[in-house]
Design a protein around this ligand. Sequence first.
Ligand code: F6P
Length: 531
Amino acid sequence: MRTEPNYARALTTFREQARLSGELRILDLYEAEPDRMSRMSLHVAGLYLDLSRHRVPLQAMPEWERLVQTSRLTDKRDAMFAGQVINETESRSVFHVALRAPDGAHLSLGPGGEAVSAEIEHTRARMRDYAVQIRRGDRRGARGQRIRHVVNVGIGGSQLGPLLACDALDAFADGSVQAHFLANIDPESWRRISARLDPDETIAIIASKSWRTVETARNAQAVRAWFQSGGIADHEMQDHLVGVTANPEGAMAFGLSDNTIFPFRDWVGGRYSLWSAIGLPVALVIGPQGFDQMLAGAHAMDRHFREAPWHRNAPILMALLSMWNADALGSQTEAVIPYAQALARLPAYLQQLQMESNGKRVHRDGSPLEAPASPVIWGEPGTDAQHSFFQSLHQSPQVQPVDFILVKPESWDPQERALGLLANGIAQAEALLHGQPDVDDPHKRYPGNRPSTTILLPRLDPWHFGALISLYEHKTAAQGWLLDINSFDQWGVELGKKIATKHEALLGGASDPMKVALDPSIAALHRELSA
Ligand code: F6P
């Protein structure tokens, strides 16, 4: 693929054109292109997207189209939706979209492959029942107390999705169950959470796709010991501990049984797993109907991604824009600024989604990338962010594109602070675009012409939240396909895990630092620690 001359040429031309566009003035493009707004804005799955405030002339569209076609993006997309093995380095399908297909979808892993829908629907039904029973108090703790708290013990994709969703959709929680998230192996994390909990009123979900993640395994042991010291006997643990995993054997070895394990399959990537049983905390906190709504919104975006032509396809356009900006602006980062406190965790979620997916160094054939495939993703909610790093967004010579996520306010009462929030989200996009280039004092001059995207949600409800996350998932996948990389493996996380095992043995005295080959810097650190 990488070596196909048409694709290689299309990618090179795309990059050259992007670099040439770096000097374009966006405001001039609006004047020169009367149809710019209609071509660069979209209504998709209830969301409104404005992609027009970028240094992209419409005359570049043939280059964009050539890259879409020669990269075979749409074939790869269709292969994903067909459940084919597209994660070659792990020999796996990438089929998280099957998790949000409605009941009765009858999907399978590739033509003639294993049918998956029945199992998905069965687990979904078990999740619904479990959530309803806990929320109603039909299912209680071992000593008959009502369950008020759920602790999700998981990290990375087994934490960030449900944490974001529970936080984002807090307005839909009736307070019957509160979620807590234990990820860090730092004992302080569990100390802080457990200090506020009563074991009799608490359940813990051990969430680990692999059931091999050290942090989760150690935290799970700590949580089980906490239940035990709270007087819950081993045979009562089933009322307080459940597991979510693609490795049920591992969970059974930990002591869970079939009826306390909610399974999912290895064709669900960790960072794409919110829609699986990994979303159980969401069903517990906002109720299973809310969870189903979230799946439905994500599915609506799936359909858009699958069906819309590339030039009206929001995830594909966002992926192309991201690549374009890297060359047009020389930018290596993308800021995501939600003007919604409820989406405060969105940047952290998108960091794993995009940087673990596309933070790669080689193409699918192993040849090195010419340029980074993923920008660094970062951000904080507005308006807080305006009072910290927006100075740099407006005046630093380094231009970084921004995604503004806005939500229509529920009340248009001028006395309400929500209008102030929204006004700021609009104002910052305008300030970045127009600047104040004509001011004499160079300290007070804003160059302007700084690109940004706006994504407007009509409401922050489970449905539109699902659509938003699915939009970014597909943007990430599309970018990987355009660059001919594998967005679905994550080999870069393995080395540190292995080395940590060695250091834990050294720190714990199980092996001798003098006998292990260490570089001078690391050896000095061990000496310092043991002094
Ligand atoms: O170390 C990275 C990673 O493998 C992520 O991809 C994953 O989401 C996370 O760890 C947690 O993995 P697991 O769900 O298997 O515990």
